[in-house]
Design a protein around this ligand. Structure first.
Ligand code: AMP
Length: 272
């Protein structure tokens, strides 16, 4: 495995069939599942680890974000990654972050995370487009865990005519059902026990749907019952354009959830 820190080093792989997995590191089995899928489908696998400053607000955890580079290198090596790209910000923002070109998602894809983190997706789009241009992948792998991010990136690819296949990957969960996230390390044991209610609420909703319930308000009420006492930022039923749905439409529905537990905002969702 090559570990590259300079943007220019990636050019040696251009033209090959590249599967790309962009991450912020502190890798866990959720990331590993994306990497394994990329490994199975491409000649060359490139993983990036870059904690992107422009997607963090000043009050957020950019400095404190978990960084576990040695363990990440070992994991990538064990998964057969060809290139691990770990740039410093100056490689990605050659003119400085204040002098960067900016991108924005359309208003219809905002709300949810963007209500809590107004500039977050601007930063995500900027860095993902830059990484796409540096890596030149045929396919790029993203987790359904970050559903809104995935939809916004799919829109960018379609709207800017990027010749890249976006490959959505299912959510990987811990044994207790909690969706894996690099930020789960911030939870103490009591918070961790509370956090389990999030997948429980979604499973409860899923069961009700399987039993025939279609009404969004009913389903949300069921979920909120399980989440009673927790600080729910949103629990919403919408379509794949993020427009609200009063009734479940099979294969077109997303149930999005964000809950504050201690210092951590936890995201989870169901693709129905
Ligand atoms: P991050 O390092 O948090 O920016 O995540 C990098 C990629 O891994 C994103 O596409 C995430 O959606 C994906 N990812 C993170 N956690 C999970 C998970 N539990 N299951 C599947 N994909 C995940």
């Amino acid at each position: 495995m090559q570990v590259y820190t300079k943007a220019s080093q990636l050019a040696s792989f251009w033209g090959q069939e590249i599967g790309f997995v962009p991450t912020m590191g502190a890798l866990h089995p959720g990331h590993a599942s994306l990497i394994a899928q990329a490994r199975a489908q491409n000649q060359i696998v490139v993983v990036s680890i870059f904690v992107n400053p422009t997607q963090f607000a000043p009050n957020e955890d950019y400095q404190a974000y978990p960084r576990t580079l040695q363990a990440d290198i070992a994991l990538c090596e064990s998964l057969g990654v060809d290139v691990l790209f770990t740039p410093e910000p100056a490689q990605i923002y050659p003119f400085g972050v204040l002098e960067r070109i900016t991108l924005q998602p359309p208003a219809s894809l905002l709300g949810f995370e963007a209500d809590m983190r107004p500039k977050h997706f601007d930063g995500v789009l900027q860095v993902v487009l830059k990484l796409f241009n540096l890596v030149r992948p045929k396919r790029a792998y993203f987790g359904q865990k970050d559903a809104q991010q995935l939809l916004i990136i799919q829109r960018m690819v379609a709207d800017l005519f990027l010749d890249i296949e976006i490959m959505p990957c299912p959510i990987v969960r811990d044994d207790d059902g909690l969706a894996l996230s690099s930020r789960n390390v911030y939870l103490n044991s009591e918070e961790r026990a509370t956090a389990r209610k999030i997948p429980q609420a979604l499973m409860y909703i899923q069961k009700a749907i399987q039993e025939g319930e279609r009404d969004s308000a009913q389903l949300i009420a069921l979920g909120l019952e399980v989440l009673q006492g927790l600080k729910v930022h949103y629990l919403s039923v919408c379509d794949r354009q993020l427009a609200p749905l009063a009734q479940i439409q099979p294969n077109q529905t997303l149930i999005l959830c964000a809950v504050q537990v201690g210092a951590v905002r936890l995201l989870d969702n169901l693709w129905v």
